[in-house]
Design a protein around this ligand. Structure first.
Ligand SMILES: [Zn+2]
Length: 380
């Protein structure tokens, strides 16, 4: 797939002057070629652009010493542009070529004489011109040519590049992921995605706003103002969350060949705080949605683990099920084998085992859990 990219350049005075000189050179060549072609045509002579260029190089260029202080690649492209304009005209795709005016679509194209130009970061080494900076990051690629153009007083870099979507080298392993509330996710290899500080701060602000405005008269102008404020904050929070989830899901889908997640965010479902529950639910669905489209993209397999699988209550080492594990228990302490792990870490290992078909004990559903879950569903 060929992608186009255009970005504003950050230039110093000397560079701006060089750009203007090269754009002027390109325009001069184009106009000289067009004028010569028209004149010859009027005298009954048709000339190919390649012949015209040869004549120019041998007989005309030496008379203009200022041109030898600029990149000779620019005039090659100016002749090519003229040729393109003519063939478009003959094919009925465009008007007869017009003379270029200074200050209108000033541009030039440059290459490295067949060598590739490396692109990436916020700097690019242009042939002849040297290093220039850009305001935004450039795609990591290499190109044969670049076009520099001026618009509203600023200079822009444009390039076209082939994007190759290479499938990443995946680890031939299964990763289990347990989504939580205090931390965003625990991975079965021990990695943790912690909660973001700005996210937590905004969440606190949101709860406070909601609390402070609880007595406002619905429909009053004060109520409306407060609602607007709350809506904006919601929006900011969900943006932060989505960005963070994208980072997580891209990393996960590009790294492991098999990925196991829960069917429902059980820990979120069981949380007693209404707000955190809603947030955990949203994050969970967004997390799952992203993985569902990214996994096929990178060639990894997503396994959704049955919601009745007791991932939290099972010991990941001996499969002993601990019925008395409380919601507030942040650690899993096995009474059978002395396994001592953070609750979500233990759960993530169980999810990975489940996806690999390693879980030996049948699932025992805790009736107390079912009661709570039923209640949660009714309350929705
Ligand atoms: Zn155990």
């Amino acid at each position: 797939m060929l992608l186009g990219f255009r970005t504003k350049l950050k230039l110093n005075g000397r560079q701006r002057k060089l750009m203007a000189q090269h754009a002027g050179y390109s325009r001069w060549i184009y106009n000289w070629g067009l004028a010569t072609k028209i004149k010859l045509y009027q005298e009954g002579i048709k000339i190919k652009t390649t012949e015209l260029k040869k004549f120019y190089t041998n007989h005309v260029k030496p008379n203009y010493p200022w041109q030898s202080s600029l990149s000779s690649r620019v005039y090659q492209f100016a002749f090519r542009d003229l040729d393109t304009a003519y063939s478009r005209f003959f094919k009925g795709l465009g008007e007869f070529p017009r003379f270029k005016k200074k200050g209108i679509n000033d541009s030039f194209t440059i290459d490295a004489g067949g060598k590739l130009i490396r692109v990436g970061g916020t700097r690019i080494k242009l042939p002849f011109i040297g290093w220039v900076n850009s305001f935004e990051g450039l795609p990591h690629t290499s190109v044969k040519k670049v076009t520099i153009s001026k618009q509203a007083g600023d200079w822009y870099l444009s390039l076209a590049f082939e994007q190759v979507r290479e499938k990443p080298q995946l680890k031939n392993e299964t990763i289990g992921i347990d989504l939580g509330i205090s931390d965003w996710a625990y991975l079965s290899n021990g990695e943790v995605f912690p909660s973001l500080k700005p996210y937590r701060q905004l969440q606190k602000k949101l709860s406070r706003l909601q609390y402070l405005n609880r007595h406002k008269v619905v429909g009053s102008s004060n109520w409306y103002k407060a609602q607007l404020k709350i809506a904006r904050l919601h929006h900011r929070i969900s943006n932060i969350r989505r960005d963070y989830l994208h980072k997580m899901t891209s990393y996960i889908a590009k790294t492991w060949s098999k990925i196991a997640i829960e069917d429902l965010c059980v820990s979120g479902m069981l949380a007693n705080h209404k707000l955190s529950k809603a947030v955990a639910d949203q994050a969970f669905y967004e997390f799952r949605r992203q993985l569902e489209y990214k996994c096929p993209l990178y060639g990894s397999e997503l396994v959704i683990v049955d919601r009745w699988f007791p991932s939290s209550k099972t010991c990941s080492n001996c499969q002993n099920i601990k019925q008395d594990l409380k919601l507030s228990d942040r650690w899993f302490n096995c009474t059978e084998c002395e396994t001592h792990l953070p609750r979500d870490f233990n759960a993530s290992i169980n999810l990975a085992h489940y996806a690999d078909g390693l879980s030996v004990k049948a699932c025992e559903v805790d009736n107390a859990d079912v009661t709570i879950m039923k209640q949660e569903v009714i309350n929705r």
